[in-house]
Ligand binder design. Structure first.
Ligand SMILES: Nc1ncnc2c1ncn2[C@@H]1O[C@H](COP(=O)(O)OP(=O)(O)OP(=O)(O)O)[C@@H](O)[C@H]1O
Length: 729
């Protein structure tokens, strides 16, 4: 069904506003209720830091480097934390650990906002906002500082700006591409069978990578032939990125004059492509702050090129002057002098920007392929640039508004993704019921931080609603509907090609997701279909390393789940009043014991390296319970399902947690979450769960449990002997 563009845009604006509000409220709630130390443990803050230095980064921004305050760290290393580059943070003087309530607003007055540009073992960099009040206050003295994660208003502004533009466009301004993407017209037809001859465009396709499989070749032919839109559906491990690289090379081979913009929702998704594209020696440039990029792609980063290229020479002297000024701030004690330095810096920054702009536009104009995050593509560097094709990787993990930042001036788009894995995570209340329970996640932040697919507490939700006035949003509209989803339901499978050979999982691990979600079309590549743990170097042949699929069924009621809040209630009775950060997240002590025992068998008896093992759970409280495993088996990873999307491991243990007499399964009912959970392993998947409870959750869950009962190495644990063994250990 066609969609009215202004209505779409204004709905997005309302949804985005609600989302931003939810994020802001969540931060406020966390900050006001918990001490800096507790926030650090939850992955949203870093405490006891000292300002180490300041320098000038891209855009003339001041980058403040912070590291552990010597008085609090012997090793000089940062403690375990959940701050990632790209996060929006507040850098402020650390409040005393009093029981006093803190307000975010008050903290903001005392500090400066910025973007984390670099995260290292011993410190991190924050590019601070230039006009932040009190800038000198924070970075000047020798005070102890901390950083707290804030809502990402920068990304929001870009999306909102794009939607506002769309809302205001007159019908005559819509491009053919836009009309197709909103169903006002149909996509130009693409010949059904492209495989007979290799004729595409002017000449024959000569494959750069001859190892491509048929489904990959077919997807590339289709994407080359399509005029406006092509979706490349890549189930887990099917070589989506691999396919995109060949596609980019083919686009350029067919038309050496074409210019391509390649985007993804995260820095890592973009860097991944830069890394794989760079050996092909095509002129490419990566936009984005260099400190946020993988070291291996730095040579293509705009910032580095502005320093090293000829065009960059004119920028250099201003930068040097700015750096010298920055350095002098720390030496100055007088407020008056500092003020004067800031005024000089402001002027220099202006000049720097002008010179840099010229240099940047020269560099961008020379590049055939420009790569940036979706919101990065909305930066000033690309303001007047035109591209023949826009490619979006991981499109099913991006908000649609985010995609339009890159698509607004596009003529043709190719989107790769998998709508059967998790969509972007949404915090606002308007999301659909089954999946409304998920909050922020990022691929890199796994650990036991708060960034899993859970809402903190049911109470938080109500609090959030009460503290803000949500804008009116049409019924059924949700940010969770991605561009990928919407286009599929708008135009159907004719705009899509699916990759069908997967290069990750043992055949038995692949079977269920393939049959239930991918129409039975997945094929395990020859090299992976029978791979077992016991074939890895130094791994011994024991029960745990011999089986690709193990199901430890905890049915019978001996392994009940618990809610953190229930335990908090018990604590309260004993006089402990602080509320848990994990709220109503569930945990299951019995399952945790089984996880520990299984890890022990894999690593100690089987000789599997801890780095090759991951424990994945939908519930943060369960991960918190298992956290000591990381000390016992350094290198092991514990992650939320949401945080583990896009990752893989040799052996994965999934602990489902839910076990109750009501058959309550919460957000286990979300197929896409389960799909992600069960498709992470290469050689070994161990599922621990109560089949009785889980079966009641949904048809899909019932089928999964039945599949495991029939096909997995089935085990019924005995709690008494397990407890005895644990006590002995
Ligand atoms: N045609 C191929 N022949 C051999 N190996 C391949 C082929 N295509 C992909 N692979 C391998 O499969 C693995 C997954 O590929 P890639 O990283 O491109 O997948 P992806 O689909 O982007 O990943 P994800 O599952 O995270 O979406 C890689 O190790 C890649 O080298």
């Amino acid at each position: 069904m066609a969609i009215d563009i202004p209505t779409f845009a204004s709905t997005q604006i309302s949804l985005l506003a609600a989302e931003l509000q939810a994020e802001v409220d969540e931060t406020s709630m966390l900050v006001s209720l918990h001490s800096p130390t507790a926030l650090q443990r939850a992955g949203v803050a870093l405490t006891n830091l000292a300002v180490l230095s300041q320098r000038t980064g891209l855009g003339g921004k001041t980058v403040v480097e912070v590291g552990p305050d010597g008085a609090f760290s012997c090793s000089g290393d940062l403690p375990e934390h959940g701050i990632r580059s790209g996060d929006i943070v507040l850098l402020a003087e650390q409040p005393a650990a009093s029981g006093k309530k803190r307000e975010v607003k008050e903290l903001e007055r005392k500090g400066v906002k910025g973007v984390v540009t670099r995260v290292g073992r011993q410190g991190l960099g924050v590019a601070v906002e230039e006009d932040g009040e009190g800038e000198g206050e924070v970075v000047g003295g020798d005070r102890r500082v901390w950083i707290v994660k804030l809502a990402d208003e920068v990304t929001w502004k870009r999306m909102n700006g794009t939607m506002e533009k769309m809302a205001k466009m007159a019908e005559g301004e819509y491009s053919y591409f836009m009309r197709v993407l909103f169903g006002l017209t149909t996509p130009s037809p693409v010949p059904e069978d492209l495989s007979k001859d290799e004729e595409v465009g002017e000449g024959k396709i000569k494959w750069f990578d001859t190892s491509l499989n048929e489904s990959q070749k077919d997807a590339i032919r289709f994407a080359l032939k399509s005029q406006e839109i092509a979706l490349i559906h890549g189930p887990p491990g099917t070589g989506k990125t691999h396919t995109l690289i060949e596609l980019i090379l083919q686009l350029l081979a067919l038309n050496p004059n074409s210019r391509i913009l390649v985007c993804g929702p995260s820095n890592i998704s973009v860097d991944n492509i830069v890394e794989r594209l760079s050996p092909h020696k095509i002129p490419l440039i990566r936009l984005g702050h260099p400190a946020r990029l993988l070291p291996s792609v730095l040579n293509h980063s705009l910032d580095v090129l502005t320093r090293t290229s000829e065009a960059g020479a004119i920028v250099k002297d201003v930068r040097a002057e700015m750096d010298a000024k920055q350095a002098s701030i720390r030496k100055t004690r007088s407020g008056k002098e500092r003020k004067a330095i800031y005024a000089d810096l402001k002027e220099l920054r202006k000049e720097y920007r002008q010179r840099e702009k010229k240099c940047v536009s020269d560099l961008v104009a020379k590049s055939k392929v420009v790569l940036a995050t979706l919101h990065g593509s909305g930066g000033y560097q690309l303001r007047d640039e035109k591209f023949d094709v826009v490619i979006i990787d991981e499109a099913s993990q991006a908000l649609e508004a985010q995609c339009w930042v890159a698509l607004l001036s596009a003529k043709k788009a190719i989107c790769a993704g998998d709508h059967l894995q998790l969509p972007p995570t949404i915090k606002s209340l308007n999301s659909s019921s089954s999946s409304s329970s998920f909050s922020s996640s990022s691929k890199t932040s796994s650990k036991t931080s708060s960034t899993s697919g859970e809402k903190k507490t049911a109470k938080t939700k109500k609090d959030t609603a009460a503290s803000s006035t949500p804008p009116t949003i049409p019924k059924g509209a949700t940010l969770e509907t991605t561009l990928f989803d919407r286009l599929l339901s708008l135009h159907g499978p004719k705009i899509k090609r699916m990759l069908t050979t997967q290069y990750r999982m043992h055949e038995s691990i692949m079977r269920f997701p393939s049959d239930e979600l991918y129409e039975g079309k997945l094929i395990a590549a020859e090299g992976v279909k029978a791979r077992l743990l016991n074939q890895l170097p130094d791994v011994r042949d024991v029960d745990e390393t011999r089986e690709p699929l193990v199901f430890i069924d905890t049915q019978g009621g001996d392994f009940p789940e618990k809610t953190e809040d229930e335990e908090e209630e018990e604590k309260k009775k004993k006089g402990v009043t602080k509320r848990s950060l994990y709220g109503d997240s569930k945990r299951n002590e019995g399952e945790a014991m089984l996880v520990r025992e299984h890890v022990r068998c894999l690593v100690e008896d089987g000789g599997v390296r801890a780095e090759d093992v991951a424990v994945v759970s939908p519930y943060n409280a369960q991960l918190a319970l298992l956290a000591p495993l990381k000390e016992q088996y350094p290198g092991i990873e514990l992650g939320s399902v949401d945080g583990f999307q896009g990752r893989e491991k040799e052996a994965v243990i999934v602990t489902l947690v839910r076990s109750n007499s009501d058959g309550e399964v919460g957000f286990l009912a979300e197929k896409r979450r389960l799909n992600v959970a069960m498709t992470r392993p290469k050689r070994s998947l161990t599922v621990i769960g109560d089949s009785e409870t889980v079966k009641k959750g949904s048809k899909f869950l019932k089928k999964w449990m039945e599949f495991l009962e029939e096909n997995a190495d089935l085990r019924y644990p005995d709690l008494a002997s397990l407890t005895a063994a644990a006590a002995k250990a």
